[in-house]
Ligand binder design. Sequence first.
Ligand code: COA
Length: 197
Amino acid sequence: MPSSHKRALSIPLELPVLTSPSHTAGTRVMLRAFTAADVELIQSASRDPLIPLITSVPSTSGFSEALAFIERQHQRLHSGSGWSFAIADASSDTAVGQIGLWPGQSSRRTSNPDTIGYWIGPDHRKQGYAGAALDLLTEWALTEANMRRIHLYIEPWNEGSWRTAERAGYRRDALLPSWQKVGTQWKDMYRYIRTPL
Ligand SMILES: CC(C)(COP(=O)(O)OP(=O)(O)OC[C@H]1O[C@@H](n2cnc3c(N)ncnc32)[C@H](O)[C@@H]1OP(=O)(O)O)[C@@H](O)C(=O)NCCC(=O)NCCS
């Protein structure tokens, strides 16, 4: 993390553990560092048709590749690329997905925004995990990390993702043509934005 950025955003140096408040109705999650016990989740994500195209999850599902992915996540805070959390069920601590906060330079009013990205393993979808995780990390970013505006980029066909964004209070503000390369093709993206309420 560049030292000037750390000062501007009051960012802690260690990965925090974030948990949905106990009064939360519905699904509750814990955001924590990945551990070696989470390898099977990464292997299942490698077999998903989309996740390896939009993340650094390996496209082959070997044990050592999955473990290397986990080790890379531990380096992200210190290399300055951001906060990579495992999304775990708050009751069982079972890892169900990943969510990352990737700081840009929005505190300096440049065009490089702070963004969040997420995925849920194929066996754990439609149980409220993505919505709970995005809500929790967004609140942390806008309060504890002093960020002022978070952007999400979502393909228009991906209703599961844009519904996740909307339930976490994001609003769609643009359709950006040919914005991001997914695999070999440039794809249009919806841009979603959240600011402090
Ligand atoms: C998109 C994704 C993260 C959703 O995760 P999830 O845990 O299943 O989502 P949730 O259970 O929290 O559901 C959130 C909302 O999306 C809706 N939803 C989830 N999957 C959906 C789908 N396939 N189609 C339509 N709506 C869907 C839910 O009904 C819920 O809406 P509601 O609040 O209006 O009832 C998951 O399908 C995934 O990881 N996909 C592959 C990777 C990906 O697309 N990542 C995001 C890239 S921008």
